[in-house]
Each structure stands twice: as structure tokens, then as C-alpha cells.
Design a protein around this ligand. Structure first.
Ligand code: G3P
Ligand code: CA
Length: 297
């Protein structure tokens, strides 16, 4: 009997020791963070305000880059409608992610090879139903590829647009055309509501060109990893959009201390969203604006 109690005592001691070591090691791995605050009274460009960027619309719920996907995003509480741009053969700005129409329509050519009226005839929704049968909707079939102008005219000047210049080398006229469309819809100049548009690109050259034409436009430099030279980015951009996988507390703190906004792309898991927010990001691109809105509440 005495022997058994000794073993029980030893086992108990072992449990306590293992428990203590586990706590100790996890507190070593997880840096201490303060949590996050989202001050919705602040401008969308304030570092105190965390922005919910609907990546290609609410693209987990509806076919990306369609008006329906953007409508869902608005209803789900997104601050920004994220729009990627390509150009049709006749020079119209089209809201679509890929250079090719193949993945998101029923046609295989490049956007740049087709005139707008041909692109408008394509079905930009059925692929989503085929890929996601559990959330498929008949109403998604035959949705159109929208132009930038159509998106802006549909959602008006109350919505906020986060527009990406894709492949600027492929489309030398894209920047002029973009500024022309924004200007025609009162989204440039002093009458613009603060934060109502952001222009983003992986191309520093494209962003610098926009900055030279209108230094008041807020620009986000997209990058796969945090920049080494923060000062260069600061000369033209208000912040950076970075792949969330390469962000951590240290890099986010450095960027925030340099007074850059930090928007992480593309984050779909709630736990990862929470962690990035606790580390100090000021915005998140997500296919699930509803999930992010729930966390930000
Ligand atoms: O624009 C930020 C993020 O959307 C970049 O990735 O490929 O989805 O445009 P991508
Ligand atoms: Ca994008």
C-alpha cells in the first residue's frame, strides 16, 4: 500500500512539472501583446481604425469580382471593396483577377485579347457553383464580368474602393485610364471623402507614377515580405499590403513605428485574424468579411 502511494505521489509531481513546463514554453513562444482596438470614429486611413477589406468581394460566398460578391461584402460589414484590374482590347478597365478569362468565366482567352462587349457576354458565375456545390445558387449562373465604372456606378460614392493596378507593364495606358474613371466619378481631388479610394500595386513604379500625378491619392505598396527599406516606401505610400504568412509581431511593430499602415493579405482563418490584429495590423484582406466583421465587433 505504501509503495502504491509513493508511485501516485511521484506521478502527481510529474504532472505538475509537465504542466509548469508547458506553460513556461508557450509563454516563451507567444510574444506578449496588448489585444487590439478598433476606433470606428476615426478615418479609414487612421492607424487607430482597422479596415475590413473584402478581397475580390465576399469571394468565399459568391463568385469573385461580380456585383453580387461586392453586394454581399457590403452587407457583411466590409469597409472596402477590393478590385483587381485588367484591360480589354478596346481599353476598358475590367474587374478581374487573372490575366486570362479561363478560371473565372466560360472562355479561355486573355482579357486583353477581347473587346468589352465580348467579355460582357461571358458567364462569370457558373464556375463558382461547380467548385462550391454546397453553397451554389442558381442566381450566380451567368453573372457578368463588371467594369470598374459599373462597380463604382452600382455602389456610388458612399462605398470605399481598394483598387489594384495589375500588370502595369502589360497595360501602359492603365494608370491614365484609372485616374480618368476616378475623376469622372468625383473620387479624385479635394471633394473626395477621406479613405474612399486606395490604390494598391506590387509595382513600385506604377505607384510612383500615380503619386507623381496626384500625391493626395493614398497608395499601398503590395509585397510578399516586409520591406527592408521603409523610407523609400514612405516617400509615396501610406502603407504596405503584405502576405500574412511573412508577418510577425516584430515586423508589424517596425512598420507601425515607421508610421506605415499595415494591411495583411489574404486571411481567412479567424484565429489568424485575431493574432494579426493583436500584433497590430491596421487592416486585413479577407474572402470572409463577415468573419472579420464579427471579430472586429
Ligand atoms: O491585393 C492584395 C491581394 O489581393 C494580393 O493578392 O493575388 O489576390 O491580388 P491577389
Ligand atoms: Ca488584389
Amino acid at each position: 500500500m505504501k509503495k502504491i502511494s509513493k508511485w501516485i505521489l511521484l506521478l502527481l509531481l510529474l504532472f505538475v512539472l509537465v504542466g509548469y513546463m508547458t506553460d513556461w514554453s508557450s509563454s516563451k513562444e507567444m510574444p506578449s501583446v496588448k489585444g487590439f482596438e478598433n476606433d470606428r470614429s476615426q478615418s479609414l486611413l487612421s492607424p487607430e481604425r482597422i479596415v475590413n477589406i473584402a478581397h475580390r468581394g465576399a469571394s468565399a460566398h459568391a463568385p469573385e469580382h461580380t456585383l453580387v460578391s461586392y453586394e454581399y461584402a457590403q452587407k457583411m460589414g466590409a469597409d472596402y471593396l477590393e478590385i483587381d484590374l485588367h484591360m480589354s482590347a478596346d481599353g476598358e478597365l475590367v474587374a478581374i483577377h487573372d490575366q486570362s478569362l479561363e478560371r473565372t468565366t466560360n472562355h479561355q482567352q486573355l482579357v486583353s485579347e477581347m473587346e468589352l462587349k465580348e467579355i460582357k457576354e461571358l458567364d462569370a458565375g457558373s464556375w463558382f457553383n461547380q467548385k462550391n456545390p454546397s453553397i451554389a445558387k442558381e442566381s450566380f449562373d451567368h453573372l457578368e464580368v463588371p467594369t470598374l465604372t459599373e462597380v463604382i456606378e452600382h455602389f456610388g460614392n458612399e462605398a470605399n474602393y481598394y483598387i489594384e493596378i495589375k500588370a502595369p507593364k502589360l497595360y501602359p495606358e492603365m494608370i491614365d485610364k484609372l485616374l480618368e474613371v476616378l475623376s469622372a466619378h468625383n473620387l479624385l481631388g479635394k471633394d473626395r471623402r477621406e479613405g474612399s479610394i486606395i490604390i494598391q500595386s506590387f509595382s513600385a513604379e506604377a505607384l510612383q507614377k500615380v503619386h507623381n500625378q496626384d500625391p493626395s491619392i493614398p497608395l499601398i505598396q503590395l509585397m510578399k515580405q516586409p520591406p527592408k527599406d521603409l523610407n523609400t516606401v514612405k516617400q509615396y505610400a501610406v502603407g504596405v499590403g503584405i502576405n500574412y504568412k511573412s508577418l510577425d509581431l516584430k515586423s508589424i511593430t517596425e512598420l507601425r513605428e515607421a508610421e506605415l499602415l499595415v494591411h495583411a493579405y489574404t486571411v481567412n482563418h479567424p484565429e489568424k485574424m485575431r493574432q494579426l490584429l493583436e500584433w497590430g495590423v491596421t487592416g486585413i484582406f479577407t474572402d470572409y468579411p463577415d468573419v472579420l466583421a464579427g471579430i472586429l465587433e
